[in-house]
Design a protein around this ligand. Structure first.
Ligand code: 5RP
Length: 266
């Protein structure tokens, strides 16, 4: 691996082999998502627990302090909205020159396997990999399902993750599912787990993250389960412990309760 690529990968995946990415890119198709109306304010107390921020160029420029030392994963696909015809009909929205100008450590884009726009999103991935590899910039592929959340089973996610890796993604972001080891075993690059809609309880989130890490995930890319939570700092600290300090779900829950009770902070 070239020095630049290796250095950027090392900014994302920590020396323990794990990572905690904080995604705030949801507005690119959802608009002002609850708790992300002012993303800069939302993430201020949270960012120190994350290893990288997943964000679009618009929010980065307008809401994130450029003196931050956190690596940025730039969301570079889009072109659809939640009220449009088809969320899968995405294209690339951001040039590689812009990625370099913004000093991003990596880029992320969605693929929609099995959708009407499968081919287009997969070819976009191939093209983005071609362009980014020239500059040593890793591409994270997001195995997106749009509104079809029921699609998230091991067979489907293993298929998507493997295809993403075959096309050159350096990291794959996918969902946790039952039999998650099948997804991990078929994918030759690091996998990070996305959260999806907020869980009913904290423990539910700690359980699936712990299971995913035990089965070989490199880490998480969890948004709504962190910043839409009533106690986001407590969630971040507890999840950080699962990712980087081998905490069990029970220990994570204790950390969560302790932070919540001690400070009552949001
Ligand atoms: C949305 C994304 C998010 O980065 C991803 O879904 C993770 O966020 P959450 O945990 O809220 O699902 O790709 O565009």
């Amino acid at each position: 691996m070239d020095w630049g690529m290796e250095n950027r990968m090392a900014q994302l995946i920590q020396p323990d082999g794990h990572c905690f990415f904080l995604p705030i890119d949801h507005g690119y198709f959802l608009g002002p998502t609850r708790c992300l109306e002012r993303p800069g304010e939302t993430i201020k107390p949270l960012l120190k627990y994350a290893d990288a921020l997943f964000v679009t160029r618009g929010v980065l420029r307008n809401a994130i302090n450029p003196v931050t030392s956190k690596p940025v994963i730039l969301r570079v696909s889009g072109g659809t909205s939640v009220i449009g015809d088809d969320l899968a009909n995405e294209g690339l929205t951001t040039s590689v020159e812009e990625v370099i100008r913004l000093n991003a450590a990596a880029v992320g884009m969605s693929i929609f396997v099995g959708s009407k726009h499968e081919r287009q999103t997969l070819l976009n991935l191939g093209r983005l990999v071609d362009e980014c590899e020239d500059y040593g910039i890793p591409v994270m592929a997001v195995t997106a399902v749009g509104k079809e959340l029921a699609k998230r089973d091991a067979r489907y996610l293993a298929l998507c993750s493997r295809i993403a890796a075959e096309l050159g993604a350096r990291v794959v972001k996918t969902y946790w599912c039952e039999d998650f080891e099948k997804v991990i075993n078929g994918c030759p690059v690091p996998i990070v787990i996305a959260g999806g809609p907020k869980c009913e309880t904290e423990l539910e989130a700690f359980n699936f993250v712990y299971d995913g890490i035990q089965k070989g995930a490199a880490g998480i890319n969890l948004g709504r389960n962190c910043w839409q939570h009533e106690h986001p700092v407590a969630m971040m600290k507890a999840l950080h412990a699962v990712i980087h300090r081998k905490a069990t779900p029970k220990q994570a829950n204790e950390i969560f309760m302790e932070v919540k009770n001690k400070s009552g902070q949001k």
